[in-house]
Design a protein around this ligand. Structure first.
Ligand SMILES: [Zn+2]
Ligand SMILES: [Zn+2]
Length: 218
C-alpha cells in the first residue's frame, strides 16, 4: 500500500507530497516547494525513509526546497530535462514571485515519458505531460491508482499556460491522452488545492472535460 501525506508550503500554497511504501518504508517526496522541515517531518510517523525526490516541473513553488531536501536526505532528485531552464532561472523566479533567495538544486536524473521505478513494493511511472510547462510530468502509481499531477490538472481547473513554454493545446492533449486515458477511479493529487478522481474531471472539468464551457484557459 502507498501511504500519502502532504503539507501546504510557500507563498503560493503548493502541495508538497510524501508517498511511502508501507511494506518497506521507502518514500518519495513530490514537489518540495519549501518549508523542508515540515515536509520531511511527514516521514516521521511510521519511520519512512525518503529515497527519491520528484519534481513535477521547475516552477519555484514546486522546487524551492529541493536543494535542501536533497542535501538532508541524500536522495536523488528527478526533473524532466525540458524544465531544466526553469531551475537555472530560479534566482530570477525568486525575485519575480517574492520568494526568499532559493538555492539551485542539482538534478540527478531526467526521466523520460513512460519511465518506471520501484518504490519499495510499489511501482511508479513517469508521464510527460507538457502544457503548463515544457517539462511538466505526472507521477503515476498504477496499482495504487494514484497520480500526482503537479500543475497540469486541478480539481475543476487546469494549470495556467501563459508562462514561457506554456501551451494550452499541448496541455489539452496531455490531459486527454495521458490522464484521461486512466481509469475513472484513479485519484489525482494536484500541486495546489484538493484532489479528486479522473472520472470526475473527465465528466465535469470546465476546461478539458466532456463539455468544456470554455474552449481554452484564459
Ligand atoms: Zn507551475
Ligand atoms: Zn504551482
Amino acid at each position: 500500500m502507498l501511504v500519502v501525506r502532504h503539507a501546504v508550503v510557500g507563498p503560493f500554497a503548493a502541495n508538497a507530497w510524501l508517498a511511502a511504501c508501507d511494506r518497506t518504508g521507502e518514500a518519495v517526496v513530490v514537489d518540495p516547494g519549501g518549508d523542508v522541515a515540515r515536509v520531511l517531518a511527514l516521514a516521521d510517523p511510521g519511520g519512512y525513509r525518503v529515497v527519491r525526490i520528484f519534481c513535477t516541473h521547475g516552477h519555484i513553488d514546486h522546487v524551492a526546497g529541493a536543494a535542501e531536501t536533497r542535501r538532508k536526505t541524500g536522495a536523488p532528485l528527478a526533473l524532466h530535462a525540458a524544465d531544466l531552464p526553469w531551475l537555472e532561472a530560479l534566482p530570477r523566479q525568486a525575485e519575480m514571485f517574492g520568494f526568499d533567495p532559493v538555492e539551485v538544486p542539482v538534478v540527478d536524473a531526467s526521466p523520460v515519458d513512460g519511465e518506471t521505478f520501484r518504490l519499495g513494493a510499489c511501482e511508479a511511472k513517469v508521464l510527460h505531460t507538457p502544457g503548463h510547462s515544457l517539462g511538466s510530468a505526472c507521477l503515476l502509481f498504477p496499482e495504487e491508482k494514484i497520480v500526482f499531477t503537479g500543475d497540469t490538472l486541478f480539481a475543476g481547473s487546469v494549470g495556467r499556460t501563459d508562462l514561457p513554454g506554456g501551451d494550452f493545446d499541448a496541455l489539452f492533449q496531455s490531459i486527454q491522452t495521458k490522464l484521461f486515458a486512466l481509469p475513472d477511479e484513479v485519484r489525482f493529487l494536484p500541486g495546489h488545492g484538493p484532489g479528486g478522481t479522473i472520472g470526475e474531471e473527465r465528466a465535469s472539468n470546465p476546461f478539458v472535460g466532456q463539455n468544456p464551457r470554455r474552449g481554452r484557459f484564459v
